[in-house]
Structure formats: C-alpha cells, structure tokens
Design a protein around this ligand. Structure first.
Ligand SMILES: C[S@@+](CC[C@H](N)C(=O)[O-])C[C@H]1O[C@@H](n2cnc3c(N)ncnc32)[C@H](O)[C@@H]1O
Length: 316
C-alpha cells in the first residue's frame, strides 16, 4: 500500500503508513506514529507541527516520492538518523552518514562528565587556561566538538582510523564551528589509536571506542526475528546499518590493552581519560589496568540506566 502512486493528503498518508508499519514490523517499531511523522515532515522539509496544522495538504509529486522512499527504507530496518542524514546530540545537529556510528544518548553523559571536570576540577588536575583535549575514535566528532562548542578555549585534537568517518567529522567541524571558526583551535588526525598522533601530552582524553561483542551483534531480539520473518525484502536490524569497525573491536583484549598503554603515554601526569565502554567489558578492562606497564588509576561510573559504562582513568 505504501508504494501506491496515488498522492494523498497528510491525514490519510499518516493513517495508512502507520497501518502499514503495524501490519509488517510493529513489534520492532514501537513508535510507528512518531516515526512516520518524522519521515513525512522530513520529506516535505517542514516540522511536525506543520502536519497537525495542515492535515489537508497534498504532497507534491517529488515530496511523495521522497516520503515513500524514506518509508520503504525504514521498513527494511534502516535507522531514521541515516535516512535523514543527521542526529541531534548535546544540543547540536551532527551530519552523519553510513560511515559513522549514530551518536547515542549515553555518550551525551560522557560530554557532561567532561564538561564538569573542565569546569570544576582542581587546577592541579586540569590546567584551566590551556587544556589540551583529545577525542580518540571520534567518528562524527560528536564528543569533542560538543565539548569545544561549550568551552571554546579548549585545544582539541580529534582522531579516527577511518578516513571516511573523518570526512564527516571535518564537515561537522566546519558547519558547527562556522560562526566563529577562527576562535577555535582544533586538529583532525587519521590514526590507528595513538600510532599517528603527534608526540604530545593531553590533559583530557575522551573516547567512545568500539565495544560491541560479537555475540551481541549476531543475536537478534524476538521482535527483530519476527520482522525478518514478516518482511519479504531483506529486513536488517538497525545495528547492521552501522559501520562494523565502529561497533566491534576485532580482538577486544588486545585493542583495549593498546588503548590503556597509549593513555598512559599520552596523558599528562594527573590528566584524565573518560572512556565509554560495554558493561560486559568492565571486568576485562579493570584487569588490564592493573598490569604493570599501565600507569592509570580507575574509577567506575554508571550511566542513567544504572549500568557501569564509564571508566574514569587518572594518569598516576
Ligand atoms: C563507537 S564509534 C564512536 C564514534 C563517536 N565517538 C561517537 O561517540 O559517536 C567508534 C569509532 O572508533 C573508530 N575506530 C575503530 N578502530 C579504531 C582504531 N584502531 N583506531 C582509531 N579509531 C578506531 C571507528 O572508526 C569509529 O568511528
């Protein structure tokens, strides 16, 4: 039905599209009405309020085609953020593409924690006027750029192994810092962890490295299995749309050991690293940090869902 060529008004389109979603993949799309409204508003380049104020508006042919394409993609499991090519994060709109992870709400907590540290830590810990910050594994740049927008006096480096992800990061830096770009100090590096970074020491390192485990990636929820069964055209769970190297560390133990050795070398004494990780990797991380060559002390923090997700590491 959603592929029908007939052009309908907003009221009918909303009703029929929600029915269509509910018929096909409802257990996965628990917010069908909201999702359809978002896609429809996006297709006609208006906000959702417009839909309520103009239920009789008939879409132009181009808008109609766009909406149907969006709906078709959504029905195949593609996340809304990839369809509309942006995600709001920490009050800013970040461009995204299939080359970067969709910024997550949990990671906003990491930015909040970093901001709190920059504002309130003792001068011995972070030297307030010249704070050097690194966003390691930056993807879209959402962590580092959000922090820089909040504290323009920081000196920020961002790095990622993926040249494609860095293109997105650069575009975000250009757009978000545009109003007064000259006042910001930032550099972007393509590097496998610390390998190609300049020899320098940081006051603060933020990182949301890959942390999904293989079994989490391959296990589908009941709702997803149901959707895979009910859609004939190759429904894929949302994680499958994200870049695999942003999600899964190839060998978690080796990857995290390299990360902690690098943090020991690249942090100033007393400097801090805030790392987001998988609650299931916390025990392994704790064990690695206790090894002799790792010069870090560890504090654990929970996320808003009471899961132990953040490592606060101080260079000793
Ligand atoms: C979970 S994503 C986080 C992206 C972004 N910081 C965020 O919070 O949305 C992990 C990022 O790490 C990058 N990455 C994976 N392996 C890496 C490595 N060995 N060195 C540097 N970056 C790496 C990926 O390209 C991806 O952009």
């Amino acid at each position: 039905m959603y592929l029908s060529k007939a052009r309908k008004n907003i009221k009918l389109l909303l009703r029929d599209s929600v029915l269509e979603i509910n018929k096909r993949v409802e257990p996965v799309f628990s917010f069908a009405q909201l999702e359809v409204e978002i896609l429809l508003a996006e297709a006609i380049a208006k906000d959702r309020l417009f839909l309520y104020k103009n239920p009789d508006y008939i879409l132009k042919a181009k808008e109609n085609r766009k909406f149907k394409n969006y709906l078709k993609r959504r029905l195949l499991g593609e996340p809304i953020a990839y369809i509309r090519k942006y995600q709001d994060f920490f009050g800013h709109r970040f461009k995204i593409s299939s080359d970067v992870l969709i910024p997550r709400p949990e990671s906003e907590e990491l930015v909040e924690q970093a901001l709190h540290l920059v504002l309130f830590s003792k001068p011995s810990q972070l030297h307030k006027n010249k704070v050097d910050v690194l966003d390691l594994c930056c993807g879209s740049g959402c962590l580092g750029l959000s922090l820089l927008l909040a504290r323009p006096e920081l000196r920020l480096d961002l790095s990622d192994i993926s040249a494609n992800a860095l293109r997105v990061c650069r575009a975000n830096a250009k757009t978000l810092l545009a109003p007064s770009v000259g006042t910001y100090s930032y550099n972007i590096y393509c590097s496998d962890l610390f390998m190609k970074l300049p020899q320098k020491k940081y006051d603060l390192i933020l990182s949301n490295p890959p942390y999904v485990l293989l079994d989490e990636f391959s296990t589908l929820t009941d709702a997803e299995l149901n959707a895979v069964d009910r859609t004939e055209n190759g429904y894929k769970p949302s994680l499958c749309y994200e870049p695999i190297n942003a999600l899964i560390p190839p060998q978690p133990k080796i990857f995290y050991k390299r990360l902690f050795i690098g943090l020991s070398r690249y942090l100033k004494v007393g400097g801090l690293a805030l790392i987001e990780t998988n609650p299931r990797l916390v025990a392994m991380c704790r064990q690695l940090i206790e090894e002799k060559e790792i010069l870090l002390s560890l504090e654990l923090r929970m996320d808003l869902n009471k899961k132990t997700r953040f490592l606060h590491l101080t260079r000793i």
